[in-house]
Design a protein around this ligand. Structure first.
Ligand code: HEM
Length: 486
């Protein structure tokens, strides 16, 4: 921690005289190469690990250089929090990321700014609120149980279970269910075409974001044609659902006043010329939902399964908790049970600390400003680490280890000692992840179902699991077998 700079000291008043004690040039910077700077070290699928290594080496405030552009990294929790809170006025998302995402038809609220963002955010938040998730809980239980029955049948018939792909299917079914009221049942689809299409979009997104030359704007390679086909398939599925919903809303016009889910609310808005919500925004938010809702939650679940399989003491503690709460039921069926799982919540926090799926958030300053005593000129790209202090030995002794006890307290700790304050896996401020209630509920429901019904068996001789970045970070494999519990 850099104690010379008061954390959260954030001055964003362009008209006034800005007071600062150092400039970006004064910040430490990893040694780079001629012309390329540090960009070559960041090209692989593990660039987040390079940034994490630099945080350990240079501390919570440093810069790096990508071919002449200086990027500032902020890993100090309070300063990061202040930046994330000062959106959309003080900081925006990067325009380069927005352009690449929009080329792949991904955008919506995630890449919108100003009034466009406010309008879309209201609709998305309304569709994923705590209340909405609680009302949708019985359907989530049904979908989780459907997956469990499929796994039990697969084990009885000696068929292999693909845990990571099944997590993606379930996440897709759940987000589509809550947002549109449709049951896609991709869990029951052996081909998993839609899951593969989304995988292809995420892979291409990551490759294009780090590409030195944007070849796809000049000529298309087979991989670019493949992603075009994936986008067309995803759009076709969503357009059919949108058309179907429109038809229903024509038959029941009162749904325009009282929409039952996010899609109905968006259609009602796009049908109202005064709302400013366009057809294009409707489709891009529908695509964003399937992408944002699928990979994030599925990757977190996949990491959690790996970590629990590797840590038998933690798995045993979690199993006793879940057995006590669920009793004779195979799957949690009562919303209240979701509040009785402190070890499961601890397992989620430990997973996000050690294997965050979104460890870095990119922002750009809208004006000249001062952040923690550093003068930041207008249009400076900044990377905020959501887990920067999670690997700090002072706050998390034996930080490499997966230990649930560090999150279990007899009494809630004082604000300063609360480890939960050190991490913010869902971001912060007004743009904080609107899917967090849904994701956390799904994670509790699925992990409690797994621990209550199955044992996790680590595959012997499996190669080490790597962290792979496809925009979100996921495991290269889930080398874990499910065994039915006695
Ligand atoms: C474990 C699961 C998840 C994690 C770790 C996660 C993480 C994040 C993070 C770090 C951000 C950026 C927040 C910021 O800029 O401050 C974000 C934004 C967002 N997430 Fe999630 N997310 C998860 C699940 C979901 C789900 C299930 C949805 C449902 C569709 C979702 C939809 C979104 C959207 C739409 C945004 C953009 C919000 C905006 O810009 O206003 N996420 N998420």
């Amino acid at each position: 921690m850099d104690s010379n700079f008061a954390a959260a000291e954030l001055d964003t008043h362009p008209a006034g005289e800005l007071k600062y004690s150092r400039t970006i040039a004064d910040l430490p910077c990893p040694k780079g190469r001629w012309f390329f700077g540090n960009s070559l070290e960041l090209r692989g699928r593990q660039s987040h690990l390079t940034v994490a290594k630099w945080i350990r080496e240079f501390g919570p405030f440093f810069r790096f250089d990508t071919m002449g552009t200086q990027l500032v990294v902020i890993a100090d929790r309070d300063t990061a929090d202040s930046i994330l809170r000062d959106r959309p006025a003080g900081f925006r998302r990067s325009k380069g990321t927005k352009v690449v995402m929009n080329e792949l038809s991904i955008g919506g609220v995630l890449t919108a700014e100003g009034d466009d963002w406010r309008r879309q955010r209201k609709l998305v938040m309304g569709g994923l609120s705590f209340e909405v998730v609680r009302n949708f809980f019985p359907t989530m239980v049904f979908m989780t149980e459907r997956l469990m029955q499929r796994w039990k049948a697969a084990l009885a018939e000696g068929r292999a279970i693909e845990l990571h792909r099944d997590m993606k299917s379930l996440a897709l079914d759940i987000i589509m269910g809550v947002a549109t009221g449709h049951d896609l049942n991709t869990v029951g689809d052996d081909e998993k075409l839609l899951v593969d299409n989304i995988d292809s979009m995420m892979k291409r997104l990551e490759q294009r974001l780090v590409a030195i030359f944007p070849h796809w704007r000049h000529f298309k390679l087979p991989v670019d044609r493949e992603v075009d086909r994936s986008i067309a398939n995803v759009k076709q599925t969503l357009m059919a659902i949108i058309e179907n919903t429109r038809e229903r809303m024509r038959e029941q016009p009162d749904l325009h006043q009282k929409p039952g889910n996010m899609l109905e609310a968006m259609i009602a808005s796009s049908d109202n010329p005064e709302s400013g919500f366009t057809e294009h925004e409707l489709i891009s938010n529908a695509i964003l939902n399937v992408i944002g809702g699928e990979d994030t939650t599925a990757n977190t679940l996949a990491w959690m399964i790996n970590l629990l399989a590797e840590n038998s003491a933690a798995a045993a503690a979690l199993t006793s908790e879940v057995d006590m709460v669920l009793g004779d039921a195979a799957v949690a069926a009562d919303w209240e049970q979701m509040k009785q799982l402190p070890y499961l919540e601890a397992a989620h926090s430990e997973t996000q600390r050690l294997r965050a799926v979104a460890p870095l958030i990119g922002v750009v300053s809208n004006e000249d400003c001062v952040v923690a005593g550093i003068f930041i000129p207008k249009d400076t790209p900044i990377i905020v680490s959501t887990t920067g202090e999670g690997m700090d030995e002072t706050y998390f002794p034996q930080h490499e280890q997966f230990k649930l006890e560090r999150w279990i307290f007899e009494q809630k700790p004082h604000k300063e000692d609360d480890p939960a304050r050190k991490l913010f896996p869902f971001g912060g401020g007004p743009r904080m992840c609107p899917g967090r209630f849904l994701a956390l509920t799904q994670i509790k429901l699925v992990i409690s179902m797994i621990m209550h019904n199955f044992e996790l068996e680590l595959e012997a001789d499996a190669p080490p699991v790597e962290q792979v970045m496809n925009f979100f970070i996921g495991p290269s494999a889930v080398p874990v077998r499910l065994k039915l519990r006695a």
